[in-house]
Structure formats: structure tokens, C-alpha cells
Ligand binder design. Structure first.
Ligand SMILES: Nc1ncnc2c1ncn2[C@@H]1O[C@H](COP(=O)(O)OP(=O)(O)O)[C@@H](O)[C@H]1O
Ligand SMILES: Cc1cn([C@H]2C[C@H](O)[C@@H](COP(=O)(O)O)O2)c(=O)[nH]c1=O
Ligand SMILES: [Zn+2]
Length: 262
């Protein structure tokens, strides 16, 4: 008896079906879908179908860049997107509208490099903002601050798997508590490549993989830069947590003594 994997293999390698109406016969229900990209459209003068069909036919990609704050994620994203633009591809850059530190019209790195972008509340609004025709022309989509987009997984899978886009995603894998941040880790199973960058520990100059929040604020999302956060190595992350916890206890005691005095 043939194994499922050998049956799958022959199904995937089988010649494209000649008949577009043969969607359901015997074991080959998938065949018309799989062969679609390779079938020339003879009804068109150049025999190649529309630009949109050509783009859907090309295989999408997802590349994920993670790391703590100040690791160079945005720098790497801008370089990649600019390099893609340099090869003649049409690129678009998106960031979350939650981060308006440098205005909403551009992505800006911590050292001031800029690129024009779309600042959006949700990725699902991108196609409507751009319009269908412009969306179809985009080859490469860069997404910065990916941790702030709840619909990251659905957007990336549709854009890469269905629409053939190359997606480059930059974001924090972990928050200041080192818990997973937003949906960034959920797209790892969809990704072609994953890069975790490191910064320099502000306290000892070793490699920094974590972000320490310097304030007592406890909500997960808190927009800020070097005023609120610093990149740290493992040792200084742990030391930092102890200092912050000790400060919190001292402040609580001071507050309760104050209340008792009044
Ligand atoms: N502790 C720091 N405070 C402020 N800027 C920093 C610090 N460490 C590095 N940088 C600068 O930030 C740049 C990286 O910025 P960026 O690409 O925006 O990082 P990320 O997107 O990972 O936060 C570095 O090249 C460096 O110039
Ligand atoms: C750790 C951490 C960060 N944030 C915020 C702070 C910044 O606005 C962005 C990260 O920007 P970067 O480009 O990676 O430097 O995220 C947050 O809201 N919560 C956190 O725990
Ligand atoms: Zn350190």
C-alpha cells in the first residue's frame, strides 16, 4: 500500500490538469489550484495573465527580525526594504499608529534614519488605504513595531501565502517582563527566516537580549525610548528586576506611612 506521503508527492508533482472545471474528480481535488500559477492564460495577447495573477503566482516570503529595543531591528528592516526597492521591486512600509513619537508619516530609527510609511491601527486596513490596484502592485511589505498589531498572523499569512508578497517584519519578541509580546512569536511557524538581534548592555557592554523598563509603570504597552527603557544582558536584567522591585516596596512603605500620618 502506498504511504500518504508518497501519494501526496505524486499529487504535488502530477502534471497540471487541462480542464479548469475538474475541481473534484477522484483524488485530485487540489490539482487545479496547484497548477494555476503555471498555466499560461492564452486569452491574453502576451499569454501571461494580469499583473495581479502574476504576482499571486510568485511565491511569497516572510522574514522576521526580533530582539530587544535598540538592537537595530528598524535599521535592519529599512535596509532590507531599501535593498528590495533598489532591485526594482515596489515596496511599502507600515508601522503602528500607537507610536507617534516622531510623527505618523515615517519610521525613524533610534539614530535618526527615516523612511516614509503608513501608520495604521490594524494591518487589515492596509489594502483599503492603498486601494486594490496599488496593493496588487506592491511586492514587498515592511512592518515595524509588529508587536502592536493583533492581526499580524492573519495579515502575514494572507499576504505571503495568497497574495505572493514578501513580508519583512520587525518587532519585539518579548516585553519588559520577558513575556511574549503581541503576536510576533505566532508568525514564526509561517516564516522563511527568523533573526534575533542583540543590543549592547547599557551597564556592562556585553550583548543585550532583553529590555529593562526603568519606571514603575506596569501596563504592557508603554511607548517610550531611552527615557523609559534600556537594553541589558541576562545578569543585568535580573539585577534590574531586583532593584525595581525593591524600589517599589520602599515607595509602597513610604506611601502607607504618609497615609497613616494624615
Ligand atoms: N541604549 C541606547 N540608547 C539610545 N540609542 C541606542 C542605544 N543603543 C543603541 N542605540 C542606537 O540605536 C540604533 C538602533 O536603532 P533601531 O534600529 O531603531 O533599533 P530597534 O528598532 O531595535 O529599537 C543603534 O544603531 C544605536 O545607534
Ligand atoms: C519593552 C517594551 C517596549 N514597549 C514599547 C516601547 C517602544 O515604543 C516600542 C519598541 O520600540 P523599538 O523600535 O523596538 O525600540 O515598544 C512597550 O510598549 N512595552 C514593553 O514592554
Ligand atoms: Zn550587562
Amino acid at each position: 500500500m502506498r504511504s500518504i506521503s508518497s501519494a501526496m508527492r505524486s499529487l504535488l508533482l502530477s502534471a497540471p490538469s487541462a480542464s479548469p472545471t475538474s475541481f473534484l474528480p477522484r483524488s485530485t481535488a487540489l490539482r487545479p489550484l496547484l497548477s494555476l500559477p503555471f498555466r499560461p492564460d492564452l486569452s491574453r495577447p502576451n499569454g501571461r495573465g494580469s499583473a495581479m495573477e502574476a504576482r499571486e503566482a510568485q511565491s511569497g516570503e516572510i522574514h522576521v527580525i526580533v530582539g530587544p529595543m535598540f538592537a537595530g531591528k528598524t535599521t535592519a528592516l529599512l535596509r532590507r526594504v531599501q535593498a528590495e526597492a533598489g532591485t526594482g521591486r515596489t515596496v511599502a512600509l507600515i508601522k503602528s499608529d500607537k507610536d507617534n513619537r516622531y510623527g505618523l508619516d515615517s519610521v525613524v530609527t533610534h539614530d535618526g534614519t527615516k523612511m516614509a510609511c503608513w501608520a495604521l491601527p490594524e494591518l487589515s486596513t492596509f489594502q483599503d488605504k492603498l486601494g486594490r490596484e496599488a496593493y496588487d502592485k506592491v511586492d514587498v511589505i515592511g512592518i515595524d513595531e509588529a508587536q502592536f498589531f493583533d492581526d499580524l498572523h492573519d495579515f502575514c499569512s494572507k499576504a505571503a501565502d495568497h497574495d505572493g508578497k514578501i513580508i519583512v517584519v520587525a518587532g519585539l519578541d518579548g516585553d519588559y517582563k520577558r513575556n511574549k509580546f503581541g503576536s510576533v512569536l505566532d508568525i514564526i511557524p509561517l516564516a522563511n527566516s527568523v533573526t534575533k538581534l542583540t543590543a549592547r548592555c547599557e551597564l556592562c557592554d556585553r550583548r543585550a537580549s532583553f529590555t529593562l523598563r526603568k519606571t514603575q509603570e506596569t501596563r504592557t504597552e508603554l511607548i517610550g525610548g531611552a527615557d523609559v527603557y534600556m537594553p541589558v544582558c541576562r545578569q543585568h536584567y535580573l539585577d534590574g528586576q531586583i532593584v525595581i522591585e525593591a524600589t517599589r516596596i520602599v515607595m509602597d512603605i513610604e506611601r502607607s506611612t504618609e497615609v497613616a500620618r494624615c
